[in-house]
Design a binder for this molecule. Structure first.
Ligand SMILES: NC(=O)C1=CN([C@@H]2O[C@H](COP(=O)(O)OP(=O)(O)OC[C@H]3O[C@@H](n4cnc5c(N)ncnc54)[C@H](O)[C@@H]3O)[C@@H](O)[C@H]2O)C=CC1
Ligand SMILES: O=C(CO)COP(=O)(O)O
Length: 321
């Protein structure tokens, strides 16, 4: 059985390791901190996923070399760390199938994961695994369906086969741009939905925001060459619904804290914050209308209060839907 590599032993990388190993695939899970990796290897546990036990086929290591023995490597480091990680690991990872599981847009370059893979590991096959999937659910063996996007349909079909498990049902797509932008943009909308709920604006306002946010996601993604059908699928609409409606989402919880004026732990991974800034800048430069994204970026950066942002959104010129 081909060994699968996973780079990034946070909540999601570990959850994927658990589900793949439970389905009988041997997994090498790379963590950047040797002490953490050693402790996880011995204890078979991680504080990121309380109550979950690592199955035997998972090997945890802080050495990059073992990943060279894996033809397929899932990348589950946070988006803003992806370029730096791949630059350092390119010698080991180039020419492999690299499947990005991170959701976002790189602030420094405005690029998504597939462009970063292409730049740092030019001989690799880039793919995206994305869709509605909380790490805790995946690790507990609860079922979900995800999108596996790869430009090469033959390689995509191979990866779909290799990474599907009895509880993870993967649908294939060749629209890598649509898949990665759906996952990136829905996090911005989840922050906005959290703000709406945290500020006490109500469920009707959240539904309206999700709908207009989805229109915004489609506008941005299609301007970048995505297919509208991809945005309407698991990687876009599916994940938008999940993260805008569940307090399991860190993006939603962060937004809710902003809405309430409450403190939020800065060590928690909230991908939508950096992505809102990156997307707002691109949208402005390219003249793409993104009022929700602009408002989220301004609220996060303290340039606008929530009351002002809501007033601005509601006082935009009346138009057709
Ligand atoms: N947690 C979830 O439910 C899901 C997460 N994702 C995505 O997976 C990605 C990772 O998220 P999580 O695992 O949840 O985050 P996490 O915060 O639980 O873990 C992030 C991991 O990356 C490591 N890391 C941080 N900076 C690094 C660097 N510079 N180099 C190497 N490793 C570094 C950390 O040590 C940590 O182990 C994010 O893009 C997220 O959107 C996708 C689907 C579900
Ligand atoms: O992307 C996710 C679920 O599909 C996880 O969302 P959060 O990063 O907001 O927790």
């Amino acid at each position: 059985m081909t060994r699968i590599g996973i780079a990034g032993a946070g909540a999601f990388g570990t959850a994927l390791a658990v589900t793949l190993a439970s389905a009988g695939r041997p997994v090498t899970l790379w963590a950047r901190d040797p002490v953490f990796a050693d402790r996880m290897m011995q204890s078979r546990e991680t504080p990121r996923l309380p109550g979950i036990v690592l199955p035997d086929p998972v090997t945890v290591t802080a050495e990059l070399d073992p990943l060279a023995g894996c033809e397929t490597v899932l990348l589950s480091v946070p988006m803003q760390a992806l370029a730096g990680f791949l630059k350092g690991a390119a010698m080991v990872l180039d020419a492999r199938a690299l499947i990005a599981c991170c959701k976002g847009v790189d602030m420094a370059t405005g690029r998504g994961p597939s462009a970063i893979i292409a730049e740092t590991c030019p001989r690799a096959t880039a793919a995206i695994l994305t869709g509605p999937s909380f790490a805790a659910d995946i690790a507990r063996g609860l079922p979900t369906a995800l999108t596996l996007a790869c430009r090469d349909p033959r390689r995509g079909a191979e990866l779909q086969e290799r990474l599907s498990t009895p509880t993870l049902r993967l649908y294939r797509s060749t629209d890598i741009t649509g898949a990665e932008l759906g996952g990136a943009l829905k996090n911005i909308m989840a922050i906005a939905a959290g703000i709406v709920i945290g500020a006490g604006l109500g469920d009707s306002a959240r539904a309206a925001l999700m709908t207009r946010g989805f229109a915004e996601m489609q506008r941005f993604a299609c301007a970048h060459g995505a297919e509208p059908e991809t945005l309407a699928g698991l990687s876009g609409f599916g994940d938008l619904v999940l993260t805008c409606t569940s307090a399991q989402s860190r993006n939603f919880r962060y937004g809710a804290a902003l809405g309430k004026g409450a403190w939020f732990d800065p060590d928690v991974t909230v991908e939508g914050a950096a992505t809102a800034r990156a997307v707002a800048a691109i949208a402005q430069a390219r003249g793409i209308e993104m009022p929700v994204t602009q408002s989220v970026a301004q609220v996060i950066d303290g340039q606008r209060s929530i009351a002002e942002a809501v007033k601005t959104l509601l006082s935009r010129p009346l138009k057709e839907e």
